[in-house]
Design a protein around this ligand. Structure first.
Ligand SMILES: [Ca+2]
Ligand SMILES: [Ca+2]
Ligand SMILES: [Ca+2]
Length: 345
C-alpha cells in the first residue's frame, strides 16, 4: 500500500501532456461555489512526512495508527478554521488536501494561501539583512479535477512556480547564503531516499548519525536527532524500510548570523511558497496562474480542487534541526472576501 502511495507521488508529473497544459482547461470556468461552501480544508487525502523532529508528534502517532487514521488526525488538526499545526518533516514530506468546492482562479488576483508558522526574527530586517527568521518553504502543487471523479489524477497536477523557481539568484539573501557555502542550486528533478534506522540512538554519536539519506545528486548525509525531540523521527505507521521523495529542491536559505553555529536565520523567499511568509502577509498568498507544467510552461486552470504541499529545502541548521514545512490550514481568499492582487508580494 505504501509503495503505491510513493509511486503515486513520483508519478505526479509524468503523464502531463503539453497539448493539455497549454490550452485553457475548458473555457467555461468553474461553477460558482455553493452558498454554504467552506473556505477551508474539508478533506485530507494523503499525508507522508519525511523523517524529522516533529514527525510522530504533529500529529501524534499512537500504536495501531494506519495511513487512514493519520489522515484523519491531520484533518482534525488543519481542517476547517481550527489552525492546528502539522509537520511535513524534512525535504519531500507532503500532505494532500481537498475542498468542498473548486477554489476559483480569478484573473489578476491571488486565490488562496497555505497557512504555516513562519515568522520574522526581531533583528531582521532591522539589522539591514533580508527578511527572515523561521521561514521553511514548502512547495505547492495544485490540481483541477478536470475529469470530475473527485480525485486528483496524476495528469491533473501542476506546480506553483514561486520566486526561486523563476530566478533563484534573485532572492535577496542569495549572496549571503552562497558566501556561507550553502547548496544554492535549484534542482528541478530532485529525489531523496531516507533509510529506516536499525535502532533508536542511545548516545550523542548515534544521534548525529541517526537517519541516513542519499539523493540523486550524489550527496549523502544523516538526519540527526536533537536533544529536544527524542521520539522516533521515521513515520511509524509506514512499513517500508526506505522512503523516496521526488520534486523540486530549493536553494538552502539558512544563514548562521552568529558565525559560530548558535543563531541561524532562515530567510524568506520572495513569494510563491507555503510556511515562508507570515500568514497575514500578502507574500503568503498564491495566484493559481503561477502554476506551470513540468517543462515550466504556464498553465491556465479555471480553479483548483486539491492542493499538495511538500517541504522544499534539504537542510539542517544546528539547534533548529532540519528545515521542515509546517501547515496549519488553507484559505480560499475569494470566499473570505480577501482581495490580494497577484503582484502584491
Ligand atoms: Ca488568480
Ligand atoms: Ca480527477
Ligand atoms: Ca515552520
Amino acid at each position: 500500500m505504501r509503495k503505491e502511495q510513493i509511486l503515486r507521488n513520483v508519478c505526479l508529473w509524468a503523464p502531463v501532456l503539453l497539448a493539455v497544459s497549454c490550452s485553457p482547461e475548458d473555457g467555461s470556468g468553474t461553477q460558482p461555489a455553493p452558498q454554504d461552501a467552506s473556505p477551508y480544508v474539508t478533506r485530507v487525502l494523503d499525508y507522508l512526512p519525511a523523517p524529522g523532529q516533529f514527525v510522530n508528534t504533529m500529529p501524534a502517532y499512537e500504536e495501531g495508527d494506519t495511513q487512514e487514521t493519520m489522515n484523519r488526525k491531520v484533518l482534525e488538526a488543519i481542517g476547517g478554521n481550527r489552525r492546528g499545526l502539522i509537520s511535513l518533516g524534512g525535504y519531500g514530506g507532503y500532505v494532500v488536501v481537498g475542498f468542498d468546492h473548486t477554489i476559483e482562479n480569478k484573473a489578476g488576483q491571488c486565490d488562496f494561501r497555505v497557512l504555516g508558522n513562519a515568522f520574522y526574527a526581531a533583528a531582521n530586517p532591522a539589522s539591514g539583512r533580508p527578511d527572515g527568521g523561521h521561514c521553511e518553504p514548502g512547495i505547492i502543487r495544485v490540481a483541477y479535477d478536470r475529469n470530475g471523479n473527485g480525485q486528483p489524477d496524476a495528469d491533473e497536477w501542476y506546480e506553483i512556480a514561486g520566486s526561486a523557481h523563476r530566478n533563484p539568484q534573485g532572492e535577496a539573501w542569495y549572496a549571503l547564503a552562497q558566501e556561507q557555502g550553502n547548496v544554492m542550486n535549484l534542482y528541478p528533478d530532485y529525489a531523496i531516499t531516507y533509510h529506516r534506522p536499525a535502532s533508536e540512538p542511545t548516545d550523542a554519536e548515534a544521534m548525529s548519525r541517526y537517519i541516513r539519506w542519499s539523493d540523486n545528486q550524489g550527496q549523502t548525509g544523516y538526519r540527526s536527532m536533537n536533544a529536544f525531540h527524542k521520539q522516533p523521527y521515521f513515520p511509524q505507521w509506514v512499513q517500508q524500510d526506505s522512503l523516496t521523495f521526488q520534486g523540486t529542491c530549493l536553494p538552502q536559505n539558512a544563514v548562521d548570523e552568529s558565525g559560530n553555529g548558535s543563531y541561524f536565520v532562515l530567510y524568506k523567499f520572495a513569494y510563491g511558497y507555503a510556511d515562508n511568509d507570515t500568514n497575514s502577509s500578502n507574500g503568503s498568498a498564491i495566484d493559481i496562474d503561477w502554476a506551470v507544467d513540468r517543462q515550466g510552461n504556464a498553465v491556465r486552470l479555471p480553479g483548483v480542487d486539491f492542493i499538495m504541499i511538500y517541504t522544499g529545502v534539504n537542510q539542517e541548521s544546528g539547534r533548529l534541526g532540519e528545515c521542515s514545512t509546517e501547515v496549519s490550514g488553507v484559505e480560499d481568499l475569494h470566499l473570505l472576501g480577501v482581495e490580494i492582487p497577484s503582484n502584491a508580494h
